[in-house]
Design a protein around this ligand. Structure first.
Ligand code: DAH
Length: 357
């Protein structure tokens, strides 16, 4: 029995897989296995012999069976380990420093300002980039002879021979979306209208396509004070500073009366711009109380409703906030530039999460 035990426990220890183990089980403790044959021999023994040999054989059988199941479990463990080793995937690896894609600073700035104005109760409105002459000019109190038309370096679309209607234009500003929003929604209304605009101009700070965001708030009791507060809250949140001083400078726009250009207090330190402190001022936007003619053109009664509007250059905001010196690079699609100035694709700007972590 000791020989049997040594033989089978040795074989079990050496078994390399489940098939080998099964063969050992059949040979040792199967119905016609060696232990079963020994059991049969019990009948030929004297009762005294049987009393010793019977329990010993049972114990041997138990011992082999438990060695078999222990080995079976060990083999299964080893097989699982091997599988895990081959299927191993290190999810702790950092993402590649060179991201495949990133968010363009204009998109980032647009997302940021949208989050801020959303918090202030403004929804987002959009309009077409190919705009009617009427929406882009007349409705905004810029009639045909007005010098502002010439100043805007407008791109005109082609009209078919013999068609005397004024040609469509590539919108020169986002202000026509004011009109479209009023037409669609009526009053009261609070919208921002971000998007691309076009002017025939090209140098370090001008590109033929750039981006603006228009703001419009119309209600029965809106004043310049509301405009001032909204702009201050916006600028503080956007530039992520606790305090900021704005200067409202009297100006002129056909679509607002009175009109103001807004400057922000800043300083230049070694070419490094600091927003909110210092002795310099930088112009960042145009604004004013919407002209009654414009409110009427939007289909709203200017005797009942009034409101403010503003227009900001988004590219310029992005240049100021992220320290980007040349506007033209925004539209070069230079991958090195995009990698340097781009933002991670999964960081959605929110006020509570931090705008531009
Ligand atoms: N539309 C003007 C531009 O493109 C910007 C602007 C100024 C918009 C004053 C406004 C405003 O709504 O009130 O230069």
């Amino acid at each position: 029995m000791d020989d049997l035990k040594a033989k089978y426990l040795g074989q079990i220890a050496d078994a390399g897989d489940e098939n080998a183990l099964e063969a050992i089980r059949v040979a040792a403790v199967g119905k016609k296995g060696e232990v079963a044959l020994k059991m049969r021999e019990l009948g030929k023994m004297t009762p005294e012999e049987r009393q010793v040999a019977g329990p010993a054989l049972n114990a041997l059988k138990d011992e082999i069976n438990s060695a078999l199941s222990a080995k079976k479990a060990a083999l299964a463990d080893a097989a699982l380990d091997e599988r895990l080793r081959t299927e191993w995937l290190d999810v702790t690896l950092p993402t590649r420093a060179r991201r495949q894609g990133s968010i363009h600073p204009v998109s980032q700035a647009t997302e940021e300002l949208t989050a801020i104005f959303a918090e202030l109760g403004f929804s987002v409105a959009e309009g077409p980039r190919i705009e009617t002459d009427w929406h882009n000019f007349d409705a905004l109190n810029i009639p045909g002879h007005h010098p502002a038309r010439a100043e805007m370096d407008t791109f005109y679309m082609h009209r078919a021979e013999g068609d005397s209607r004024p040609p469509h234009v590539l919108r020169t500003h986002t202000s026509p979306v004011q009109i479209r929003s009023m037409e669609k929604q009526g009053a009261p209304i609070r919208v921002i209208c971000p998007g691309g605009v076009y002017r025939a101009d090209y140098d370090q700070t001008h590109t033929p396509m750039f981006h603006q965001v228009e703001g419009l708030a119309i209600d029965k009791d809106i004043s310049m004070a509301n405009l001032k507060w909204v702009l201050e809250e916006f600028v503080k949140a956007f530039f992520e500073v606790d305090d900021v001083e704005l200067r409202f400078r009297a100006s002129h726009f056909p679509f607002t009366e009175p009109s103001a250009e807004v400057d922000i207090r800043c300083s230049w330190d070694n070419g490094q711009l600091k927003i909110g402190e210092g002795d310099d001022w930088m112009e960042i936007l145009g604004s004013g109380m919407v002209h009654p003619k414009v409110i009427a053109a939007g289909g709203i009664d200017p005797e009942v409703y009034q409101g403010f509007a503003f227009g900001i250059g988004i590219d310029r905001l992005a240049m100021l906030k992220y320290g980007i010196p040349d506007l033209r690079a925004f539209f070069d699609s230079d991958l090195r530039w995009l990698r340097h100035y781009g933002f991670a694709a999964l960081d959605m700007p929110t006020l509570h999460g931090g705008l531009s972590r």
